[in-house]
Design a protein around this ligand. Structure first.
Ligand code: FAD
Length: 395
C-alpha cells in the first residue's frame, strides 16, 4: 500500500484543528487535516445561534476551568483575543459586542469558517472530510495513521477532535482514546454549559412558566453569575444557568437570588409598614411577571394573604427564598445539548508552550479535547484559537 507523506496530520477540522493547520502551513509545513464528518467546522456554524461568539474582549485565564488553572496562561497570552479580532478585521468580517465583551458576527458564523478555510488554502493545507481514522501507530520518525482514505505518515500528529458534547454533530471520544493509547491520563469528563433538569414536583410547577426569563444571580460551590435565567419545559436554562452548570456537581443545590438588586429582608420589613393590607402576590408582582409570581407561591407553598397576616418568621422565610432560593436540580440535559465537555486530556502531561505530550514526541492535543474549559461567552473558541496557534508554531 502506498503511504501518503505529510509533515503534519491534524485530526479534527473544527475551530482548533483548522486554525492550527493554517499556522503550521504558513511555516512551509505540508499539512493535511482529516475529519470524519461531511462538513468542516460544524460547531462553529451552529455556535452563538448561527452568529458565532468567536471571542471575548475580556478573556483571561480566570475564565477557564481546569485541574491546572495555570496551564492555559501561556497560549492565551501569546495568541490573544486581540490577535484573533485583528484577523477577523483583516477579512472584513463585520462583528459587534452583544454583551459582557462577547463578540459575534453581524451576519453569519459561515464568515468564520470561510476565513479559516481561506487561511488554510493560502498555506496549502489539504482538508479532507469523510475520513475515518482506523488506527494510529508510532513509527521511528513519527506516526502512521491508517484511515478509510489510505495510509498516512507524518512527523507531527495533532489531535483536535473536540469533546463529547452534541454527538449528533459528530462528537466522538476519539481524542481521549488516542491519549489513553499513548499512556496519557484523562480528567473525568462531564457535560458543561448545559441546562438543568428538575425533580418531578418542581418540574410540574415550573414547566407551566416555560419561556419566562428573569435576571438572577445563580450560585453554587462558591461561584456565581448574574445573568438571565430561563424556565423551560424541561427545567432551567439561560446564560446564568449554563454558566453555573460548569461548577455544579450531582447532588448540589443551587442558590438563586431572584432579586439581586434588593435586600429581601429590608424589603419585607418595608412591606410590613407600607403594604400591610396588600396581598403577598401583589407585593411580589412588583418584581416578577404574574406567572412567575404564582409559580413561586405554589412551589414555596406561600398562602396568598395580606402582609399583616404573616408572622415575622414567615416573612423572614419568604425573604430568604427571594434572595437565596434553594433549588436542587435532578441533573443536566447531558451531552445531548451541552455546549462543552469539562475535563479531558490531563494538562499535567502536556507542554503548555507547545501542547505536545511531554513523553510522546510529536503528539499534540489542542482545543476542547484538553482539560481546559471556558465559561460561556466566546472563551471556548478563544482557547481553540490560542491552543491551535501555540501548536501551529512548532508542529
Ligand atoms: C450549540 C453550541 C454552541 C456553541 N457556541 C459557542 C460560542 O458561541 N462561543 C464559544 O466560544 N464556544 C461555543 N461553543 C463551544 C465551541 O463550539 C467548542 O468549544 C469548540 O468548537 C471546540 O473546538 P475544537 O476544534 O476543539 O472541537 P470541535 O469544533 O468540536 O471540532 C472537532 C472536530 O473533530 C472531528 N472529529 C471528532 N471525532 C473524530 C474522529 N473520530 N475522526 C475524525 N474527526 C473527528 C469533528 O467532526 C469536528 O469537526 C458552542 C458549542 C455548541 C455545541
Amino acid at each position: 500500500m502506498s503511504v501518503i507523506e505529510r509533515d503534519v496530520i491534524v485530526i479534527g477540522a473544527g475551530a482548533a484543528g483548522l486554525f492550527c493547520a493554517a499556522e503550521a502551513g504558513k511555516r512551509g509545513r505540508r499539512v493535511e487535516v482529516l475529519d470524519n464528518a461531511k462538513k468542516v467546522g460544524r460547531k462553529i456554524l451552529i455556535s452563538g445561534g448561527g452568529r458565532c461568539n468567536f471571542t471575548n474582549m475580556y478573556a483571561s485565564p480566570a475564565n477557564f476551568l481546569s485541574q491546572n488553572p495555570h496551564f492555559c496562561k501561556s497560549a492565551l497570552s501569546r495568541y490573544t483575543q486581540w490577535d484573533f479580532i485583528a484577523l477577523v478585521e483583516k477579512y472584513g468580517i463585520p462583528y459587534h459586542e452583544k454583551t459582557l465583551g462577547q463578540l459575534f458576527c453581524d451576519n453569519s458564523a459561515k464568515d468564520i469558517v470561510a476565513m479559516l478555510l481561506a487561511e488554510c488554502e493560502q498555506s496549502n493545507v489539504v482538508v479532507t472530510t469523510r475520513t475515518e481514522i482506523l488506527r494510529v501507530e508510532k513509527s521511528g520518525t513519527g506516526y502512521h495513521v491508517e484511515t478509510s482514505k489510505g495510509l498516512y505518515h507524518c512527523e507531527s500528529l495533532v489531535i483536535a477532535s473536540g469533546g463529547l458534547s452534541m454527538p449528533k454533530l459528530g462528537a466522538t471520544p476519539f481524542g481521549y482514546q488516542l491519549a489513553t493509547q499513548f499512556g496519557l491520563s484523562i480528567e473525568p469528563t462531564r457535560a458543561a454549559l448545559v441546562p438543568f433538569t428538575l425533580h418531578d414536583h418542581d418540574k410540574a410547577v415550573l414547566a407551566e412558566i416555560s419561556g419566562v426569563s428573569v435576571d438572577v444571580y445563580a450560585s453554587c460551590n462558591d461561584t456565581g453569575f448574574r445573568e438571565q435565567m430561563l424556565f423551560t419545559h424541561r427545567g432551567l436554562s439561560g446564560p446564568s444557568i449554563l454558566q453555573i452548570s460548569s461548577f455544579w456537581e450531582p447532588g448540589n443545590t443551587l442558590q438563586i437570588n431572584l432579586i439581586p438588586d434588593s435586600d429581601a429582608h429590608s424589603l419585607v420589613a418595608e412591606w410590613r409598614i407600607k403594604n400591610r393590607e396588600s396581598l403577598l402576590s401583589t407585593c411580589l408582582s412588583e418584581f416578577f411577571p404574574k406567572r412567575l409570581t404564582s409559580a413561586l407561591m405554589q412551589i414555596n407553598q406561600w398562602e396568598n394573604k395580606p402582609v399583616k397576616q404573616y408572622t415575622s418568621n414567615e416573612l423572614a422565610c419568604i425573604a430568604d427564598s427571594l434572595n437565596e432560593w434553594q433549588l436542587k436540580p435532578n441533573g443536566t440535559e447531558g451531552y445531548r445539548t451541552a455546549e462543552v465537555t469539562l475535563g479531558g486530556v490531563s494538562t499535567g502531561q502536556l507542554s503548555s508552550k507547545t501542547m505536545m505530550a511531554k513523553d510522546v514526541n510529536g503528539l499534540y492535543f489542542i482545543g476542547e479535547v484538553v482539560d481546559v474549559t471556558g465559561w460561556l461567552g466566546g472563551y471556548n473558541f478563544q482557547w481553540a484559537w490560542s491552543s491551535g496557534w501555540a501548536a501551529g508554531q512548532v508542529v
